[in-house]
Design a protein around this ligand. Structure first.
Ligand code: A3P
Ligand code: MG
Ligand code: MG
Length: 380
């Protein structure tokens, strides 16, 4: 049976299929054929400006500019003087996606029933980043997660809750780590232009409030998904394929000098990079390899479709099929357990490394995340 990995927590009556309140995250349980994952289709996009204001358009889109082979970008430049950091204490939950849904409702509901009370034709609505965490769970040994789930008009909304451990880490981040977080955004500034014909402007301010997000629709086996994810830039060639195939993900990583470093890069970094871009169908990652002082010494392109080949010779390495099958089974688990359709009820799914996924149900407002304006608009 497909749920052979579900633990039975107590004796169940005869003829009842094995069911459990928990879900295993053991890799061996997910080594089966790759599940159906439909080609993701972009159904829209939105932008967040320098003050984190929402716009239902692509005004924050940036364009990829091919750099020299060893460009010597100084990623430390501007950290002290030209850096505006997003306030991480503000928890936006699903709010931007919900705003996008309301602004694009007519595109989403079937043409036969365009009335406002028609439910969304999706099983799940969430951020791409939350799905990335699910994909990497069978291989994660350090950081657990909390995912709040609410069933509303038949759709399951998934929104992350920061764990206590994550909050403590964030509040005690060493200065070096804070600066290195800036380096990733600075690299983007060296690599991207604001228009198809202009050049990057490294003298400008790095403002991490700004974002361009794609909204994609796809299906993982029988789960219809709608999710959004930030996109770093797109191919500037007007003849490039339509989104998401024209999108480019930018990454920085420490330069690789030893076989051990290469192995770690394959086993840990490429897993995260693959999971993040595979989900929305972004075909390539452009990586800047930096030295200890934050200078980019080389730039290399990775095709997402070739990453599984790249890692095949690595001992004890991750497998895309395990990632996707775990995600699929987690979504089935959520569908089965989160049954009460009520915008103020939250099923809080919780996972810590080396443990099964468990959940608790919350009827008070502590974890509820669907805003009143959304509930009101969707029940009109
Ligand atoms: P790098 O990944 O190149 O270091 P993204 O790559 O997803 O577009 O994110 C841009 C940058 O945001 C990252 O660049 C990194 O600097 C920072 N960042 C994103 N997620 C992070 C996380 N979980 N922890 C620390 N920094 C993060
Ligand atoms: Mg990004
Ligand atoms: Mg990036």
């Amino acid at each position: 049976p497909s749920n052979h990995h579900l633990h039975q927590s107590s004796a169940t009556p005869r003829q009842t299929p094995p069911r459990s309140q928990t879900l295993s995250t053991r890799r061996e349980a997910y080594e089966r054929d790759f599940p159906l994952y439909k080609q993701p289709v972009e159904v829209g996009c939105f932008s967040l400006d320098s003050r984190r204001r929402f716009f239902n358009d692509s005004r924050q889109m940036r364009y990829y500019v091919e750099p020299e082979r060893s460009p010597n970008f100084d990623l430390r430049d501007g950290y002290k003087e030209r850096y505006v950091k997003r306030d991480e204490n503000v928890k936006e939950k699903l709010d931007h996606i919900l705003r996008w849904i309301i602004a694009n409702r007519s595109k989403l509901t079937s043409k036969l029933t365009t009335n406002a009370s028609c439910p969304l034709d999706f099983d799940f609505v969430t951020w791409r980043g939350h799905l990335t965490k699910l994909l990497t769970t069978p291989y994660e040994t350090r950081e657990g997660w909390l995912l709040a789930v609410t069933r509303f008009n038949g759709t399951l909304y998934i929104s992350e809750v920061e764990t206590e451990a994550a909050r403590r880490e964030r509040e005690n981040r060493p200065e070096r780590n804070k600066e290195m977080m800036y380096w990733g955004y600075k690299f983007e500034q060296y690599m991207c232009a604001d228009d198809t014909n202009s050049d990057p402007d490294p003298s400008g301010v790095v403002n991490t409030n700004e974002a361009f997000c794609t909204v994609v629709q796809t299906r993982l086996t029988d789960h219809k998904l709608l999710f959004s994810g930030e996109v770093d830039c797109r191919d500037r060639d007007p003849g490039a394929p339509p989104p998401p195939a024209c999108y480019v993900e930018l990454k920085t990583s420490a330069e690789i000098c030893t076989p051990k470093q290469r192995s770690n890069f394959h086993r840990f970094k490429l897993l995260k990079w693959w999971a993040q871009s595979f989900l929305p169908g972004v075909p390539r990652v452009v990586a800047g390899f930096r030295d200890h002082d934050g200078t980019v010494v080389s730039v290399e392109t990775f095709q997402i479709s070739k990453i599984s080949q790249l890692i095949k010779n690595e001992y004890n390495c991750w497998k895309p099929t395990v990632c996707m099958n775990f995600c699929c089974d987690f979504l089935s688990f959520v569908k089965r357990e989160a049954t009460e359709d009520n915008p103020s009820v939250v099923y809080l799914f919780s996972w810590e490394p080396h443990n099964d996924v468990t959940y608790s149900v919350h009827r008070d407002s502590r974890y509820s995340f669907l805003p009143d304006w959304y509930i009101k608009e969707m029940t009109r």
